[in-house]
Design a binder for this molecule. Structure first.
Ligand code: ZN
Ligand code: ZN
Length: 415
């Protein structure tokens, strides 16, 4: 395990005091206890604004519950630093004494337990701690940090909402946009790669409409279940038969709902699917294949064209090669030569890339470990993001998230 004292002495002479660490661990626990659902981060945004006020950092809202903090220190580079702020509709089962018992209201009006089950509370805290650290040591750097406290990451809403709300008309245009994410890796380890850090992702809901009838009279029905089942089966052939074995892609049908009673042929069947693709070209091809198959199967069943509704759409998360080298160098300087692991090509999704892509600015996104070495003893691995048992170590994740943020920001802004 990375010793805490070593870790806090990190990057370019960061000397975080025990008091600084303790204050931010407490801040982390407070955020952990009050997670809010995507696009409902009202109290979280207010808490971030209150802290920025304490630090004397100018801020404005963008994308309703998004907060942008502008930490300026004279002429120099401009760097965007993203921290996402939303929680998930999960009932926490970590057993921690600071576990969440909060609830929120889902878009369908139902109440749900909420949890920072993806660790975005570590991101908020690390960004605020980095802001505090940098505002305290203005002699060490020059330029501007645009802190981007982004809502709605889990629903692919937030980055786009901030951009659409005129983010880059109000904030100075950055030279690079940075973002980080806590992962079930050992504290002191970081993972990134040039190119795709995540995939493009599309979620669709498809409604197949037939004609309802008594189960004993199939001849007067148009059975949407059989039609939808054929669609689901045929969709499996897109990746297996239409794409090269060298092209990473996923088509997953994640929900399928139909029917009222065993002796009724229902009027509708509905399913939803999630698509992961590496780039726009493959994305266009796969989505086109889905539309073609769904329409053709409907025709084969003698029913009308199904309704297709987009649930959400994640843009690419593409790490610029040159800036990825620069970030790796900074992390190695701060945490040691073996601290940086080459990330595998993952099929996860993230909307942080849009904050840079929207204005043609390079992006770098890295993962940081937030777990103790003991969590990996004897080949074990801790529960991952989105698990009700996901429990990063409070102190280690705050220290390493903050250390990484400061190390990389000083790489760009240091005197
Ligand atoms: Zn997540
Ligand atoms: Zn996340």
């Amino acid at each position: 395990m990375t010793d805490i004292q070593d870790t806090v002495q990190l990057a370019q002479g960061l000397e975080a005091s025990a008091k600084f660490v303790a204050e931010h661990v407490q801040m982390y626990k407070t955020f952990h206890q009050s997670p809010e659902l995507s696009s409902e981060e009202h109290r979280t945004a207010e808490a971030i604004e209150a802290r920025l006020d304490e630090l004397g950092i100018e801020h404005f809202r963008s994308g309703k519950t998004g907060v942008v903090g502008l930490l300026s220190n004279g002429e120099g580079p401009v760097v965007g630093f993203r921290a996402d702020t939303d929680g998930l509709p999960i009932a926490e089962e970590t057993g921690l004494d600071y576990a969440s018992t909060a609830t929120g209201i889902l878009p369908d009006g139902k109440e749900a337990p909420t949890m920072h089950g993806c660790g975005h509370d570590t991101h908020i805290t690390a960004a605020l701690a980095a802001a505090a650290y940098l505002s305290d040591r203005r002699e060490a750097w020059q330029g501007t940090v645009v802190f981007l406290f982004q809502p709605g990451e889990e629903t692919a809403y937030g980055a786009k909402a901030m951009v659409d709300d005129g983010l880059w008309d109000k904030a100075p245009r950055p030279d690079v946009v940075l973002a980080q994410h806590v992962m079930p890796m050992q504290a002191g380890k970081f993972s990134l790669r040039a190119g795709n850090m995540a995939s493009l992702a599309d979620s669709w809901r498809i409604t197949v409409r037939g004609r309802q009838a008594h189960g004993s009279q199939p001849e007067v029905s148009l059975d949407p279940i059989v039609a939808a089942a054929s669609m689901v089966m045929r969709l499996q052939t897109i990746v297996s038969r239409e794409l090269s074995p060298n092209t990473p892609a996923v088509v997953t049908v994640g929900t399928f709902h139909a029917g009222l009673k065993e002796n009724i042929i229902p009027e509708t069947a509905e399913f939803s699917l999630n698509v992961r693709t590496p780039d726009e070209e493959v994305r266009t091809k796969v989505l086109g294949s889905i539309e073609r198959i769904v329409a053709a199967e409907a025709q084969a069943s003698g029913i009308g064209a199904p309704g297709i509704v987009e649930i959400n759409r994640f843009p690419r998360l593409f790490n610029d090669a040159e800036h990825t080298d620069r970030v790796s160098k900074a992390l190695k300087a701060g945490f040691g030569e073996d601290a940086v692991i080459a990330a595998p090509l993952g099929m996860g999704s993230e909307d942080a890339g849009w904050l840079g892509d929207a204005i043609g600015v390079p992006v770098v996104f890295w993962a940081f470990g937030g777990f103790a070495e003991a969590d990996f003893a004897d080949g074990a691995s801790p529960a991952g993001n989105h698990s009700p048992q996901f429990a990063p170590d409070a102190e280690l994740s705050v220290i390493n998230g903050t250390g990484a943020a400061v190390a990389v920001l000083l790489e760009y802004l240091g005197r």
